[in-house]
Design a protein around this ligand. Structure first.
Ligand code: CTP
Length: 407
């Protein structure tokens, strides 16, 4: 095992004793990367695990990476005061991944295995703890689990929130172990608290609209389009994992997400919601497919063939352009980003829209690829008229590429 320090002298982790706790989650493999990084940056690492952890990762792997024995649960193997010794040894205790089960035991003071006993002993010493939860979305949103997380936070335990994405159980949702970089960053913050307040004051806010608007004809009928809101949701999830505060205005139901969401139907309702929230946003991303026209006089009662006869004529009037309106009132530090869906002359049309709506970026996408599929192919147009092509890929990948360029 090569314990050579990569960042000699300057690393804030140099000589720090970091106790890494692991519990039974498929994401244990990511913790290996974290341990490697901590050691490369000069930290001394010991690992303590719950019995279930060994279902997901080998003891030898942790032992080799940390260059220390693994503290696990069998009393026959361990000395009975081991939990006290490692609690004393550690400058920081990081439990990543932590399951719903261990969170709840920690919060209740249960000490039925080596990791929970260590936590019990350690917390009494008033030393710092960081937890990074990983579990299925339903478990994460279970009110008991949420309550237990809050109880731990009330005792000063820091949390690296889980991310949204594809989970091991196959569903897409909240509960994926945070990126190793984020956990590492939180560890650095622990040894340099001033970094935390810096980051809190600079956390940027994104207001994002998504889904196709529904323009009423009568109380039960509307005019709409084929937008599913999927690209918008990928952008929201990706922005959140990049550390942005995301607020959504949507016409489609968003399941299992932690965002503040305002649901709207029509373009007029969307305009109203955007106007109310724009002043607090650093970025407005208009991923919604806003109908250009609405019915001038929607009927207040359901139309029926009895009174409409052979044919019906609907008079349409233009909707206000939300992106354009915000483009007029935005402050210097606010950026507006729009989408442009087309079938031909995509880049040229997008450039014209960027000018007309005073946007900072327009994302041109091909109707054929984007609508009702899991993929997209886009060109990102900036104010200088440059077009960056993002090749056809999953909407998740395209969202990441867009945000890396525009934020
Ligand atoms: N948009 C908006 N308000 C509208 C129409 C569109 O804010 N009333 C926003 C969309 O959310 C998108 C961008 O403007 O981000 C471009 O929308 P698009 O419908 O492609 O462009 P239009 O300017 O409406 O042009 P077109 O005539 O091609 O539909």
């Amino acid at each position: 095992m090569n314990n050579e320090v990569e960042n000699t002298g300057k690393s804030p982790l140099l000589g720090k004793n970091i106790l890494i706790g692991l519990t039974g989650s498929i994401s244990c493999y990511k913790t290996c990367e974290l341990i490697r990084k901590l050691i490369k940056n000069g930290a001394r690492v010991k690992t303590v695990i719950s019995p279930a952890t060994l279902e997901f990762i080998g003891e030898k792997t942790l032992e080799t990476l940390s260059d220390n024995k693994v503290y696990c649960d069998t009393f026959s193997k361990s000395r009975s005061t081991e939990h006290i010794n490692i609690a004393d040894w550690a400058d920081l205790f990081v439990i990543a991944p932590i399951t719903a089960n261990t969170i709840s035991k920690f919060a209740s003071g249960i000490a039925d295995n080596l990791i929970t006993s260590t936590f019990n002993a350690y917390l009494g010493l008033k030393k710092p703890v960081i937890i990074a939860p990983a579990m299925n979305t339903g478990m994460l949103h279970n009110p008991f689990v949420q309550n237990n997380i809050k109880r731990l936070q009330n005792e000063g335990v820091k949390i690296v929130e889980s991310e949204t994405g594809q989970l091991a159980c196959g569903t897409v949702g909240d509960g994926r172990l945070a990126d190793v970089e984020k956990i590492y960053e939180k560890i650095l913050e622990n040894f340099h608290p001033e970094r935390t307040s810096d980051q809190m004051t600079t956390k940027k806010r994104i207001l994002l609209t998504m889904g196709g608007t529904k323009e009423p004809i009568d109380p039960v009928r509307f005019i709409s389009n084929a937008s599913s809101g999927r690209m918008g949701l990928c952008l929201a999830d990706c922005a959140r994992s990049m550390g942005y505060d995301v607020e959504i205005i949507s016409t489609v139901k968003v399941e299992n997400r932690p965002y503040k969401i305002t649901y709207v139907n029509s373009a007029l309702e969307m305009l109203d919601a955007v106007e109310k929230n724009f002043k607090n946003a650093d970025y407005l991303i208009m991923a919604a497919a806003v109908a250009d026209y609405r019915v001038k006089n929607p009927c207040s009662t359901k139309l029926s063939k009895e009174n409409t006869g052979e044919s019906v004529t609907l008079e349409l009037v233009q909707n206000p352009d939300i992106l354009k309106n915000m483009g007029k009132i935005k402050k210097e530090n606010q950026k507006t980003i729009g989408f442009s869906l087309g079938t031909e002359n995509l880049v040229e049309t997008a450039k014209a829209k960027l000018q007309a709506k005073n946007a900072d970026f327009i994302i041109a996408n091909k109707a054929k690829v984007a609508l009702n599929t899991g993929e997209n192919e886009v060109w990102i147009i900036d104010k200088g008229g440059n077009a960056t092509h993002i090749e056809k890929s999953s909407k998740e990948n395209v969202a990441k590429a867009i945000l890396e360029r525009v934020l």
